[in-house]
Ligand binder design. Structure first.
Ligand code: ANZ
Ligand code: ZN
Length: 840
């Protein structure tokens, strides 16, 4: 009888030994010999923000799979980089500090330590020698350096803008940080505020950010979210001219349209309330109502303004534009469904073919002029009758079709007509082809304390002056009052000693920029820093980055589809253009883990009181059981529910492995065990399991990998009963089992490897076992299955299958079932290992 498995004692033995051995440290060979030597693999988790709540078992759905994968790749002989660090600047950390009245410098360090302690507890195989925090001056010095790089390349600029403002967090938010009109962090309703802000010109990279998605192995859903977010629209710019009063020249109104083929159907123009000409061109009689409308519209959120349910409102300016092709007088309105910052902030209204324009025209009694007929409608005799709206809006056909009532373009199809009109307008100087994007530039400044200071000085003489590189970092000064005062300015503005400085250009008195950078700046390049985290004369060692990057496998939650994943791609492309890196995409493969819900089916959260911590699970069941269970619980990408019964099943599996290993290995028992000749079935099952686990781990199918091991363990117990395999085979099987299970359950496998099997070096330094396809295949045969003497199927089964098993497998065939069709089977003929015939 073997002793019971005592996970507590085993963990206590191995934790300190592993720690001392630097088992997971990738090392940095000064001669770079390492880089030339081995195939590399860089597997990275999304940069976590260590929250006050610490890790839940939900986080383990991210960190355990990447750890398993990293351990597997090490055993495969790869030089593996699997680092961890902390994204500790930013709103969440600062809000926590404000709420608890403790300085964020203290709370973030504390939370980082908690995360690290828990990750070590879970035996995550990070190379801790590369750990850093985005709040380390040695790190954010280079975040600032990148800001200056963007600035020098014309990609960082300052502009006044009406921006989202969170009254709770007291800061400006980027578009991406507003969901359904609410702040992404605190859920408060956001408003608009006009302030001087810093932007990164991500729109310059829009086309490349779309095109290069084709080259990465990412989930389709994430790719399409990015494409939609960037929102590329191809169409035309069409210019309408307006006579100024008293022959004072003309105003030009540029409109953006995706449907130049509808130009003859324009019955009004609509300007965004924010459009520069909205109030300027209003006639004296109309000006007052236009101004009132514009003021009111600016109080609305963009979400509301775009809402389809809301009635379309507007106000007439009293002016008319000239139609560029017909010379007709077109009334000009201001309407809040027209958005500023999209296209040119003005639309040509075509009520017959655009739903929004249609709703607007109906409300204000503007004419509806049909100029597109559905293709093929002629044969159906529908022309002149009611045009069936493709979108359901009565009297509004939004599809492509045939142009009518369009002068010399009548009779053309939409596509060709659009191209011709666009070409003609271009020739006449009244427009031309145009592309527009939904994405706006990335608003980077925050009026908050807890971030990397923007390395800019404002000088009354020289204007905006970048801090010289050799003066970086601009250290974040310590302030006691770190909460926003509510005046819309950063708390840094109150640190007078810090604010007042000298101008790097003229040496005169000047003031520091008091805004800090959005936390997403810090996470836009951290994956490069891990390649050489300790260099201090550059953001990274180019040779190390050449070797390690791009990240081979990047793993995190799907909620980061557009912010972080877009920003990091943008920064990488800028670095590529600057010659700093040789690749344009930072993350070759992206995988999103599913969410782990609490037993009540809801997301784990402190406020709901349903959080399960790894600490409590490990105390009760052990680290191996936790790790194995969080991957066995379901497919990697699936949302799953925690189940206490499930972890008990995994514990039983580990205990049975322990018992078997102790029973078959060691002493005279082992030498006398089994036959002298090898058992092919035994070997086949082993090779088949190696193959399954190998393929499953590579494809991130960790749950089925564990299932394969469970099946094999059952097979081994059966074999132990039959006593068919040789002693050598048994030892090989237990060793192989240890190796296959090692990435999942590092403790029990180390204990069996070292103390049961008696090896001198760690199981975690061994090579991954190889399988032999011939052993697997030679042992399989195909058997014909008949129903009433007619061939209905062939099945593949193990070579030494017994007649009873063979009959069962044959009956399970779907084709056989169809032909048996529920009738009773009168007789079954089995020709061993060759044929089965059912007589019905
Ligand atoms: C005339 C027209 C006729 C339009 C028609 C559509 C259908 P997407 O595809 O989303 O890019 N538009 C242009 N600028 C706008 C703005 N600032 N705010 C609101 N709407 C704007 O949409 C492009 C279309 O949205 C443009 O094409 C324009 O309406 C409108 F049968 O022009 B269209
Ligand atoms: Zn100056």
């Amino acid at each position: 009888m073997s002793r019971a498995y005592d996970f507590k004692a085993v963990e206590k033995v191995w934790r300190p030994i592993w720690k001392k051995s630097g088992l997971y440290e990738t090392g940095s060979d000064p001669e770079k010999a390492l880089y030339r030597k081995a195939k590399k693999h860089y597997i990275l988790d999304f940069f976590p923000y260590p929250s006050g709540a610490g890790l839940s078992v939900g986080h383990c759905r991210n960190y355990v799979p990447t750890c398993i994968s990293a351990r597997y790749m090490r055993m495969k002989g790869y030089n593996v980089l699997h680092p961890m660090g902390w994204d500790s600047f930013g709103l969440p950390a600062e809000n926590y500090a404000i709420e608890h009245g403790v300085h964020p410098r203290i709370t973030t360090r504390r939370h980082e330590a908690t995360y690290r302690r828990q990750m070590e507890l879970v035996a995550c195989s990070y190379d801790w020698s590369r750990e850093f925090s985005s709040t380390d001056p040695a790190y954010y010095r280079w975040t600032q350096w990148f800001f200056l790089l963007l600035y020098r390349r014309g990609l960082a600029y300052r502009a006044a803008g009406s921006q989202w403002w969170c009254p709770q967090c007291q800061t400006i938010l980027a578009n991406e940080q507003v969901e359904d009109g609410r702040c992404w962090r605190c859920g408060s309703q956001v408003t608009k505020k006009t302030l001087q802000q810093w932007y990164f010109k991500i729109t310059d990279y829009a086309d490349r950010l779309i095109a290069d998605l084709d080259d990465v192995d990412w989930p389709e859903s994430i790719k399409s979210m990015q494409r939609n977010w960037i929102g590329r629209s191809e169409g035309a710019e069409i210019v309408f001219r307006v006579e100024k009063p008293a022959g004072d020249g003309v105003w030009e109104i540029e409109t953006f349209t995706t449907r130049p083929d509808t130009l003859f159907g324009v019955t009004f123009l609509a300007l965004a309330p924010e459009h520069a000409l909205s109030t300027e061109m209003a006639t004296p009689e109309r000006r007052e109502s236009v101004v009132a409308y514009v003021n009111e519209a600016q109080r609305q959120t963009e979400i509301d303004r775009q809402s389809a349910a809301r009635p379309k409102t507007g106000v007439f300016t009293g002016r008319y534009a000239v139609h560029p092709l017909t010379g007709e007088r077109i009334p000009i309105w201001v309407a809040d469904y027209v958005l500023t910052g999209y296209g040119s902030g003005a639309v040509m209204g075509v009520p017959a073919h655009d739903e929004r324009d249609h709703a607007f025209a109906k409300r204000y009694g503007l004419p509806v002029k049909e100029v597109i007929h559905p293709a093929g409608a002629e044969e159906d005799g529908q022309i002149g009758g009611q045009i069936g709206g493709q979108t359901g809006e009565e009297g509004c056909f939004t599809g492509q079709g045939v142009m009518v009532d369009s002068g010399r373009y009548s009779g053309l199809g939409s596509k060709e007509g659009a191209a011709r009109i666009t070409g003609d307008l271009e020739a006449w100087g009244a427009g031309g082809p145009a592309v527009t994007y939904k994405m706006r530039d990335w608003l980077i400044s925050r009026q908050r304390y807890w971030g990397a200071p923007i390395p800019i000085v404002h000088c009354p003489e020289c204007g905006t002056v970048p801090v010289p590189e050799e003066e970086l970092p601009v250290l974040l000064p310590h302030v006691e009052e770190f909460a926003p005062a509510g005046d819309g300015r950063s708390p840094l503005a109150r640190a007078q000693e810090w604010v007042n400085t000298t101008c790097p250009e003229c040496g005169g008195p000047a003031e520091r920029e008091t805004d800090t950078m959005d936390g997403f700046a810090c996470s836009s390049w951290y994956f490069l820093r891990f390649a050489s985290p300790h260099v201090d004369d550059a953001p990274f060692d180019p040779e190390a980055v050449d070797y390690w990057l791009p990240v081979d496998v990047y793993v995190g939650g799907a909620e980061h589809a557009v912010m972080h994943l877009l920003y990091a791609r943008f920064w990488t492309k800028v670095m590529y253009d600057a010659g700093l890196v040789k690749f344009e995409e930072p993350f070759t493969t992206l995988r999103n883990q599913g969410v782990l819900h609490a037993a009540d089916g809801r997301r784990m959260s402190k406020s709901r009181g349903n959080v399960i911590t790894p600490d409590e699970v490990i105390a009760e069941h052990g680290t191996d059981a936790l790790r194995t269970y969080v991957v066995f619980i379901g497919p990697f990408e699936a949302n799953v529910v925690w189940d206490d019964a499930g972890i008990k099943g995994v514990t039983r599996f580990l205990d049975r492995f322990w018992t078997l290993a102790n029973d078959v290995i060691g002493g005279d028992d082992e030498k006398n065990r089994g036959t002298t000749s090898a058992d092919p079935a035994f070997a086949r099952q082993m090779h088949r399991t190696i193959k399954r686990v190998t393929e499953d781990v590579e494809a991130f199918r960790f749950n089925t990998a564990v299932a394969a091991l469970m099946e094999w363990l059952n097979g081994l117990y059966e074999a132990a009963g039959n006593n068919g395999a040789s002693a050598g085979q048994w030892r090989e099987a237990i060793e192989t089992f240890c190796l296959l299970l090692a990435p999942f359950a590092p403790f029990i496998t180390e204990e069996v490897w070292r103390h049961v099997l008696g090896h001198g070096t760690s199981v975690h330094r061994q090579s991954w076992p190889a399988y032999d396809d011939e052993v697997i295949q030679a042992a399989e045969i195909t058997v014909a299955v008949q129903v009433n003497g007619r061939l209905r199927d062939t099945i593949t089964v193990p070579a030494e299958i017994g007649d009873e098993e063979l009959e069962k497998a044959a009956l399970a065939s779907a084709n056989v079932q169809r032909h048996v069709d529920g009738r009773p089977i009168r007789k079954t003929i089995v020709v061993s290992q060759r044929l089965v015939n059912f007589v019905v």
